[in-house]
Design a protein around this ligand. Structure first.
Ligand code: SF4
Length: 460
């Protein structure tokens, strides 16, 4: 028992202490978003340790090298401010690594000492440290608030603040698509779906072909993927924005509306049948197109498996740890499958998430444990009090999943002990089908493992 010291009940009601957090820090999300810009070098304004940690988490999750620079604070910068470090860093990065964009995010340390990255980068531009035509994007991401999701959101808004421009008198026949904090494979799938609908889109950020690229045998500092500077500028001329995942994408979508009068539609992540229906219908309506037969067929296939295999999902209890935008859509999907998500935590704060979850969970007709922000220690305690059939969450859940002998479906961030999330989507009907296949295989494998000889089934 790896976590044998976790009691089923706490002797005190914990208010301020987090044990085994269900989130990571803001700059990781900011770095991930920056990698979705073509020819972009993410830059961490803080100490080397922060940058190494953020890079290593992303590298472990994606099994790809993740490039990023750092202001490399020492004691001097920590006391007197990091202006000199950042100005010199910008000069070095553009000279040595020649990116089109440097996306700067702050850390706990630089925020605590009060470094003003807008003023510092302005000084670097004024003094010629940023070459003509190159761009600097900014995001304030102190990690004592929010999580990797809010860091992602702030950097995506930084793209709008730094680049989006309205130039055309009338808006162009293009939709902006902000994908939310999802995997490169999900971004690929969203582009495939809008392509099938025949809709021109600008997706930003876009980490597909950046963090799931092929082995070519050649090193490239900047992979082929990512949204280009020109595309980011053009987002101000698009007809509308579809922003997926309210927490991760609303800030950028509303900033774009304010700056360039591009009207936003905010949707939940298209994970599962209903949320994907809403996404397809919104894009169809905004672009004035018909849904092609292939998309209807994919929808029908998902629905077919949902109904064919309903006896395996019905009434199954689930415990979930994840990011707000993910768990809202996931819980909705599980409830559609007649499953029972009964213990839910997210490390990212947000009252709206809890209210939205309660709305979906009304249908299961029983009390449910929800803690937002909550931690994995709490989730483990709840599982000890009322066991579940399935745990859904990141790799850190594997310790209590093993202790309690409950199968774990890896979902969300980080996943550092399995592969697949980079290449196979969870969004769209195809993604829903894959998710359902994984849920069913886990449940059926467990049934095979535990069935007594007389009811060990050949056909299931
Ligand atoms: S929590 Fe703060 S200090 Fe720690 S790695 Fe993240 S940014 Fe750095």
């Amino acid at each position: 028992m790896l976590l044998r010291h976790t009691p089923a009940e706490s002797p005190v009601d914990r208010q301020a202490l987090t044990i085994n957090p269900a989130k990571t820090c803001q700059p990781i999300g900011a770095m991930y978003a920056a990698l979705g810009v073509h020819n972009c070098m993410p830059h961490s304004h803080g100490s080397q340790g922060c940058c190494s940690y953020h890079r290593s988490m992303l590298t472990r999750h994606y099994k790809e090298p993740v490039m990023a620079a750092t202001s490399a604070f020492t004691e001097g910068a920590s006391v007197f401010g990091g202006q000199a470090n950042l100005v010199e860093a910008l000069q070095n990065i553009f000279t040595v690594y020649n990116p089109d964009v440097v996306a700067i995010h702050t850390t706990c340390l630089s925020e605590t000492i009060g470094d003003d990255i807008k003023q510092i980068s302005g000084k670097a531009i004024e003094t010629g440290k940023v070459p003509e035509g190159k761009v600097v994007l900014l995001a304030n991401t102190p990690s004592y608030v929010g999580s990797h999701v809010t860091g992602f959101s702030t950097m995506v808004k930084g793209m709008v603040d730094g680049l989006s421009t309205a130039t055309a008198e009338t808006k162009l026949d293009v939709l902006n698509l902000i994908p939310g904090y999802v995997e490169p494979s999900d971004m690929e799938e969203l582009k495939r779906l809008t392509g099938l609908l025949g809709v021109k889109t600008i997706m930003f950020p876009d980490t597909s072909s950046v963090l799931n690229g092929p082995m070519t045998g050649k090193f490239s500092m900047y992979p082929t993927g990512g949204t280009t500077i020109e595309e980011l500028r053009a987002t101000g001329d698009s007809r509308a924005t579809v922003a997926l995942g309210p927490l991760a994408s609303t800030a950028a979508a509303t900033a774009l509306e304010k700056k360039c009068q591009v009207p936003p539609t905010i949707l939940e992540l298209p994970i599962g049948l209903t949320a994907t229906d809403k996404f397809i219908d919104t894009v169809r309506r905004l672009a004035g197109v018909d849904v092609p037969e292939l998309i209807n067929q994919e929808r029908g296939q998902l629905l077919d498996v949902m109904t064919d295999m309903h006896q395996y999902t019905y009434g199954r209890k689930v415990a979930i740890a994840g990011d707000p935008d993910h768990i809202v859509s996931l819980v909705d999907f599980l409830v559609t499958l007649d499953m029972q998500p009964i213990h839910i935590v997210s490390g990212t704060p947000g009252k709206a998430t809890e209210q939205r979850l309660q709305e979906s969970l009304k249908k299961i007709g029983r009390p449910v444990n929800i803690k937002i922000p909550g931690d994995l220690y709490q989730l483990h305690q709840w599982i000890q009090q009322e066991p579940v059939d399935l745990i859904i969450g990141g790799t850190h859940c594997k310790y209590f999943a093993r202790d309690e002998d409950i199968p774990l479906l890896r979902f969300g961030f980080p996943i550092v002990d399995r592969i697949g999330h980079q290449y196979f989507p969870n969004v769209g009907y195809k993604g829903g089908l894959r998710l359902l296949e994984k849920i069913l295989n886990i449940i059926m494998d467990r049934q095979d493992r535990d069935a007594p000889e007389e009811s060990f089934e050949l056909v299931m």
